[in-house]
Design a protein around this ligand. Structure first.
Ligand SMILES: Nc1ncnc2c1ncn2[C@@H]1O[C@H](COP(=O)(O)OP(=O)(O)O)[C@@H](O)[C@H]1O
Ligand SMILES: [Mg+2]
Length: 341
């Protein structure tokens, strides 16, 4: 299995390659481009040798492009070693931050098909506006436990290269531990199986021929719309009972299969009590869900729904106002102060 040091070296190599590739688009003089070419070949050779080592043990059906294949070998080798994955069949979806692959389970997993969400090397540097979601979240290590070592915390704060990798680990760990907690609580999420440095292994939603489409890509039948809307609300409710807000919920992150739904894509989860923007983030999730369902013909009142769910879990819907701005002579202000104190 990869140690942290190995993984860091690896990220560096892939990022180097990424840089060399994207620099290639810029015009430059011949000498510079020759130098770049030879650097690129050197980096590729290192990765190639590494991939040769791994692929002695692990070969898969999916015909990936070269770098993608190397990255997959590195990201999924541990799943293969543990006999959780025996084959990678195809890529279901390629994204900027992560790609999802359909995998055949190994003997240690009792599932018919698996999905591996593999974060791309680039996602390490692109931790997209993660700041607003991270407020009030303790960072997690690769095993999902709270980070406590001063060196790790300092590295994150100072945004050193190592710190960025630790932060990236934490981002993925949040996705995995959230799926575990929600699955346990009976929410509609794919069953999570395992997490490695760079990838999450979970139940595949769909069948061998097709992956479940997100709600955003389909229209629902009239007789199922209402019941599925209620199902989503039930999931929002379970999430709040587990102190989690999805943070990026919309019809894009809800899969539909066989009359049923599954919520996906959790790295940015928000913890309500610890994040001052949580009420706004929660409202946005509810609003987006309601947009989809009202286009499908359900009557929705997003504001009321969000407020009802939020207050049912003991949270306040009002922006907190500092007491010094409240007038004790004004009955409205006084009520507010009573409520918020
Ligand atoms: N468990 C799964 N089963 C089937 N398809 C999945 C699964 N998880 C993700 N996908 C597919 O991969 C896409 C991207 O996954 P997601 O977790 O939303 O990552 P991203 O951050 O790229 O949006 C989804 O829209 C869906 O099409
Ligand atoms: Mg998504």
């Amino acid at each position: 299995m990869n140690t942290n040091k190995n993984m860091q070296d690896l990220y560096d190599l892939y990022n180097e390659l990424d840089d060399l590739d994207s620099d290639g688009a810029r015009p430059s003089n011949k000498r510079v481009s020759q130098k770049r070419e030879s650097k690129k070949r050197e980096t590729e050779a290192k990765l190639f040798i590494r991939a040769q080592e791994v692929s002695k043990e692990f070969k898969f059906t999916y015909k990936a492009a070269r770098f993608e294949e190397w990255w997959l070998l590195d990201s999924l080798a541990a799943f293969h070693e543990h006999k959780w994955v025996s084959d990678v069949l195809r890529r279901v979806k390629g994204g900027k931050e992560a790609s999802v692959y359909l995998c055949k389970p190994g003997v240690e997993v009792d599932a018919s098909l698996l999905a591996a969400k593999v974060y791309r090397p680039r996602s390490l540097r692109n931790l997209k506006n993660d700041q607003q979601y991270r407020v009030g979240r303790v960072d997690l290590d690769a095993d999902g436990s709270a980070l406590w070592k001063e060196a790790d915390l300092n590295a994150i704060a100072k945004r050193t290269r190592y710190g960025e990798e630790v932060r990236h680990q934490s981002w993925i760990a949040y996705e995995f531990v959230t799926m575990e907690a929600l699955y346990e609580a009976g929410a509609d999420v794919p069953k999570p199986y395992a997490k490695e440095n760079n990838a999450i292994l979970m139940e595949f939603i769909g069948d061998a021929g097709a992956a479940a489409p997100p709600l955003s890509h389909i229209s629902l039948e009239r007789d199922e719309v209402k019941q599925l809307f209620e199902r989503v609300i039930r999931n929002l409710d379970i999430m709040l009972s587990k102190d989690r807000i999805h943070g990026d919920l919309s019809a894009y992150n809800i899969l539909y299969w066989d009359g049923d739904i599954k919520l996906i894509d959790f790295p940015q989860v928000v913890i309500p009590e610890s994040n001052p923007s949580s009420w706004g983030i929660f409202q946005r999730d509810v609003m987006r869900v309601c947009q989809y369902f009202s286009a499908q013909g359900v009557r929705t009142d997003a504001r009321k729904l969000a407020a009802d769910l939020w207050t049912a879990h003991g949270h306040h819907v009002f922006e907190k106002v500092h007491p010094k701005y409240l007038d004790p002579e004004n009955p409205e202000d006084r009520k507010r102060w009573e409520r918020e104190k």
